[in-house]
Design a protein around this ligand. Structure first.
Ligand SMILES: [Ca+2]
Ligand SMILES: [Ca+2]
Length: 373
């Protein structure tokens, strides 16, 4: 008698269990890392709104990439938001909202810095339109590109480029009045984060460890425990970073300490590539030291980066961010080059960032990453 369960109750119980199971199933796999990080070894910084990243860096709870970030796992900096000038100044093209649009025939973005551009995304209100021309400039001079391909999707296009020289201005021409909702220009992802570092003396472990400069925290307060600092021995002081695997780099952000900023003036930045070719960039701008240094170079294959100062007492770096992308082996892409490309032809150019193919996906595959059957 006690074992009797009515049919009605069983149905209710089944429903209840089903709902529980379903809610466990649809619950996104949240990152097991500290808030603000994701990845197998928690090596990637989360760039979803409110730090709501799943284990792959995707955004849950209907959040999207934080303003200033876009692309796979929100890992790519948006240079549109870093532009010093937009003419005309279209607010809705840079508001991180794909539902707000502007009607335009043309606009132009300019930066004080020079950039090597690799990838541009344009989001349309309606169907993406093939009728678009991009013009690049360095000051008044026109800059050409060595290759470019367009990939069309329902409401956006991706344009991938290889530039001949650095550019500081891009003009978008649509041919006729067109409703555009968002424009993104990739400034790469931060490849320096959590990489292997060391500095001239290893005795400064702990509080001023060399890896404080790649901990994802730009806090310029030396006492906060997020800056690297060498000991005070006068001579050639240096800080080194080695990438886990080769990367293509084009932009550096070096955050100075808030106090005694003059110590970092006249630093030398050296980029080593596979053939130990050196690209030296010396700061000659000032003796007083800036809050932060932005340095751009044409895309350079890098395995190691050194920041050094001659004849100095100390080298303090509160954060070093190096923007670019992985130099994936042929036919692989992804944050760790872990995903095979599905390009139609093996000699296709497959983008490390998205897996997009220069001559289209292999037959039977579609989508930005050519991964949908
Ligand atoms: Ca918008
Ligand atoms: Ca730091």
């Amino acid at each position: 008698m006690f074992m009797y369960v009515s049919g009605y109750f069983i149905t209710k119980m089944t429903k209840f269990v089903l709902i529980i199971l379903l809610s466990i199933y649809i619950e996104p796999a949240k990152s097991a890392c500290k808030t603000g990080w994701f990845g197998i070894t928690c090596q990637y910084q989360c760039h979803c709104e409110q730090d709501k990243c799943d284990i792959n860096g995707g955004c849950y709870d209907e959040t999207q990439c934080s303003k200033g970030w876009f692309g796979p796992s929100c890992q790519y900096v948006d240079l549109v938001l870093q532009a010093d000038k937009m003419e005309p100044d279209y607010f809705h093209l840079k508001d991180n909202d794909e539902s707000t649009c502007e009607s335009t025939e043309a606009f132009r973005l300019s930066w004080l810095l020079n950039h090597d551009l690799t990838w541009i995304r344009i989001v349309y209100m309606n169907e993406a339109d093939a009728n678009i021309t991009l013009k690049f400039y360095y000051g008044q001079k026109s800059v050409s590109y060595t290759s470019m391909f367009y990939n069309f999707y329902d409401s956006f296009i991706d344009i991938y480029l290889r530039m001949e020289n650095l550019t500081n201005s891009v003009q978008f021409l649509f041919g006729k009045r067109t409703s555009i909702c968002d424009v993104r220009i990739s400034g790469g992802r931060n490849m320096a984060l959590k990489q292997t570092t060391w500095q001239i003396d290893t005795s400064t472990i702990g509080e001023y460890n060399s890896n404080n400069a790649v901990d994802g925290n730009r806090d310029p307060n030396v006492q906060s425990g997020s800056c690297s600092r060498t000991l005070t021995t006068k001579g050639h002081v240096f800080w080194n970073l080695v990438f886990n695997s080769a990367v293509d780099v084009y932009r550096f952000l070096i955050v100075n300490a808030a106090t005694r900023r003059e110590q970092l003036s006249n630093f030398c930045l050296t980029v080593y590539d596979k053939k130990t070719r050196k690209v030296n960039i010396r700061d000659e701008s000032s003796q007083r030291g800036e809050f932060a240094y932005n340095v751009t170079v044409p895309t350079t294959r890098a395995t190691k980066v050194t920041i050094s100062i001659n004849n100095n007492y100390q080298l303090v770096l509160c954060e070093v961010e190096i923007f670019g992308d992985k130099a994936c082996p042929n036919n692989y892409f992804g944050l760790d080059c872990e995903r095979p490309c599905n390009c139609g032809q093996d000699e296709d150019w497959c983008m490390s960032a998205t897996g997009a193919c220069s001559k289209g996906c292999r037959t039977g595959y579609k989508g930005v990453d050519c991964n949908e059957g």
